[in-house]
Structure formats: C-alpha cells, structure tokens
Design a protein around this ligand. Structure first.
Ligand code: FPP
Length: 257
C-alpha cells in the first residue's frame, strides 16, 4: 500500500506531520467493510468484524496523537434497510466492542459519547452504552463519539422542533436564533466542528453525516477499505489536511493582494 511504501518506520510516519497543528476534531465515514469481505469471498459480517479491529487502532492512534475529538459513523438511520442478519451482527459487534474495550478506553481517559437516537436499538445494546457513558463521563482525554442510528437530516429536524417549542413557550425570540444557538441543539453540542472528514473506500459522498457541522471541514477520501485502514493512513490523511489552505470563505494566506 502507498503509505507503507512512503514510510518505513513509525518514527518516519510521526515526523511527517506537524504536531502543533493536529486537527481538533476528526470525523470518519468507515466505508468498505462489505467490499473487503467480498474480495476474500467472506460474508459481509466478517468485513464488519475486521472493521472493528481498524476502529480500535484508530481510536488508540487519535488518543496518542492528542486529537481532542473523534466521531465515527457506525450505523446510520438508513442502515436499518440492510438484511436483519447484518443489522443484528452490527449491534452484537457494538456490544462486543464496548465489552472488550471499555476498561482499556477508560484507563486511557477516553470519554465515550453517542450521536443519534440509541433509544431505538436493542435493549442489551442500550444497557452496554449506558454503562460506557456512565463509566467514562468524567474522563478528560479523547472524546470518542459513536454515531449510531444517526442521520444528519433527522438531527437537524430534531433541533428545529426543539427551537420551535422554545419559541412557542417564549423561552427564545426568533430574532435571537443564530448559528451558535442552533449548533448547541445538535448531538455535537458545544464541540468544535470537524476540521477533517475522512471517508474510506473511495466513494465521493457525505451520506447524511454531520451535514451542519462539516460546512468548512476539509474532506479526505482514500481508496483504502476501512478494515485495511491503519495508523499510517490516518497520519497520511492528517498530513493532507495540514497541506490545505483553509479559507473559510475568505482569502487564503497565499492570495495575491
Ligand atoms: C460501511 O461499510 C460500514 C458500516 C455500515 C458499519 C461500520 C461498522 C464498523 C466499522 C464495525 C465496528 C463498529 C463498532 C462501533 C463496533 P459497508 O458495509 O457499507 O461496506 P461496502 O460499501 O463495501 O458494502
């Protein structure tokens, strides 16, 4: 793979990025589990299992690189359309992930947070999630957001409903509604917007992920299928992000007078 060709030691990989300009929030669309499995003539579920391995690696790497926020798209509001066996497997995998990794995540000061309405997922999953949220609630390291039964349009509609309710009860005046007020009603609350969105497996789509929050996010799409995504791929994406001229609608540093 290209990353391994370019860097032949962890040390070289780490030196490739400017540690003082690490993205404050990285969001990831973990795509390609199914294709990874198909290439190996395995059932799709095996791709998801391998994807869980990649997720463990990337959470650890983000924590070590001192990325403050990581958000991963684990299950969308549209993913219910998949075969029951696959949906069930993904729910079991989440339970397994939290069960196996919770102690280590907690020891590493990671705070787990859920984006999405997890009240609709199986009860045993909800119990595991509540335990993870409770155990890690006071941790001050990486904030690890798992987007689960998440859809950005639904998130925006819920925020609009809450605002309408507040207007009705005269808790807020329509003229006082601004971007900050609106943002705080989203699952991301007061968290910074993602600086970097990584999508694996080559598709150039956003797939209803964090539509409000990614207004000025730098997007990196790589061909690597999610189960193959390594720490070196993450570093490469951060390097690409650091090479971008972020203008936020203004003029960049390199612009002529
Ligand atoms: C998209 O790949 C991936 C998903 C819908 C699920 C992501 C889940 C994991 C990475 C498993 C681990 C997660 C947790 C939270 C334990 P796809 O199936 O759409 O791949 P394809 O486009 O190649 O078919």
């Amino acid at each position: 793979m290209w990353q391994e060709k370019r860097y032949n030691s962890n040390n070289m990989i780490e030196k490739a990025i400017d540690k003082s300009r690490i993205p404050q929030h990285i969001a990831i669309i973990m795509d390609g589990n199914g294709r990874w499995a198909s290439k190996r003539l395995l059932p799709r579920t095996m791709g998801h299992r391998a994807g869980m391995g990649a997720l463990k690696t990337i959470v650890k790497a983000c924590n070590e690189l001192k990325v403050p926020y990581l958000t991963v798209f684990a299950f969308s509001t549209e993913n219910w359309k998949r075969p029951v066996i696959e949906v069930d497997f993904l729910m079991r995998l989440l339970i397994e992930f939290l069960h196996k990794e919770l102690t280590e995540l907690h020891e590493n000061n990671v705070r787990i947070h859920i984006f999405g309405d997890y009240g609709e997922i199986p009860m045993d999953c909800q119990i595991e999630i509540k335990e993870a949220l409770h155990l890690t609630q006071n941790n001050s390291g990486l904030v690890f957001n798992i987007a689960l039964n998440y859809g950005a349009r639904q998130e925006i509609i819920e925020a609009v409903k809450q605002l309408s309710q507040r207007v009705t009860t005269q808790d807020i005046k329509p003229e006082d509604i601004n971007e900050e007020v609106f943002s705080q009603l989203l699952y991301s609350g007061t968290m910074p917007d993602p600086d970097l969105l990584i999508r694996t497996a080559g598709e150039m789509r956003i797939s209803n992920f964090m539509l409000w929050q990614i207004a000025y996010t730098e997007i990196v799409v790589c061909d690597t299928l999610w189960p193959d995504f390594t720490r070196a791929d993450l570093i490469q994406a951060i390097k690409e992000y650091q090479s971008r001229d972020r203008r936020f609608g203004g003029l960049g540093q390199g612009s002529a007078d």
